[in-house]
Design a protein around this ligand. Structure first.
Ligand code: 5RP
Length: 257
């Protein structure tokens, strides 16, 4: 389903290139995928935030939804824009989550967590009946692994967890893995749940389904950024303002985009 229609200019003013592509995907998801009565997971990152801004416009026009944010940043943005919010514990199950990605392979598996929100993002996605990803076209890759995999770890004993992560990845043929503690400037990045993030560049990954299970078995690993079997579809935005909705990713059986 390709669309090259006009976008609300107030949501795209001054944008070009990848930023315009992100806004295009976010606006299309808000316009076409959200309906009255829905309980929505609200993703994190700049593309998901473009979606939240467009959703807020629809809410101002009368759309009746409630959202569950996947980060404190998304909570702040959505509250500021007047999007009704709820606690996941009060809803338990959601109709649809719209979130961004750092990389998506043709089978819909992803690396997420570039913004450090992978834990809440995975909890919210797994609580949702459907998950649709919003992405600019640079996020579609034939194999995962160019983007460093984020792994959220407990601060307690994180060096021990790191050592076991290295051993696991080496045993799976990933040469000399070097997980790096994420910093912003001089400060360590602390997630919304009070944890650290290790980023590890893996090169070409084909064993994401196995690794996502094994990584989480290491004591101290809270969650990893492989999202496998989670996305149902993707809205791809392009810098020329065109967009495409690809549904039923798991059934595509494609090994290339
Ligand atoms: C945050 C995420 C984001 O969805 C991902 O980093 C994409 O961000 P952006 O839309 O800004 O490129 O996983 O944890």
């Amino acid at each position: 389903m390709t669309d090259s229609g006009s976008l609300p200019s107030r949501l795209t003013a001054g944008l070009s290139g990848q930023d315009l592509a992100k806004a295009t995907a976010g606006i299309r998801a808000a316009t076409e995928l959200c309906q009255d009565g829905m309980k929505l997971g609200l993703g994190s990152g700049s593309t998901a935030h473009a979606f939240v801004r467009a959703l807020a416009e629809r809410v101002r026009d009368g759309l009746d939804i409630v959202g569950v944010p996947t980060s404190t940043q998304t909570y702040d943005l959505a509250s500021e824009l007047g999007v009704p919010l709820a606690d996941l514990n009060d809803l338990v199950e959601l109709d649809l989550t719209i979130d961004g990605t750092d990389e998506m392979a043709p089978d819909g598996s992803m690396i997420k967590g570039g913004g450090g929100c992978l834990l809440w993002e995975k909890v919210v996605a797994k609580a949702s009946r459907r998950v649709i990803i919003v992405a600019d076209d640079t996020k579609l890759v034939d194999h995962l692994g160019t983007f460093p995999l984020p792994i959220e770890v407990l601060p307690f004993g994180w060096r021990s967890s790191r050592k076991q992560i290295v051993e696991l990845l080496s045993a799976h043929g990933h040469e000399d893995p070097d997980p790096v503690l994420r910093r912003r400037g001089d400060d360590l990045v602390i997630t919304d749940s009070g944890n650290y993030i290790l980023d590890v560049t893996l090169g070409t990954v084909t064993d994401q389904a196995e690794l996502t299970v094994l990584l989480n078995q290491i004591p101290g690993v809270v969650e990893n950024g492989f999202f496998v079997g989670i996305a149902d579809g993707v809205v791809v935005g392009r810098p020329d303002r065109s967009s495409e909705i690809i549904q039923d990713l798991a059934d595509r059986g494609a090994d290339r985009w």
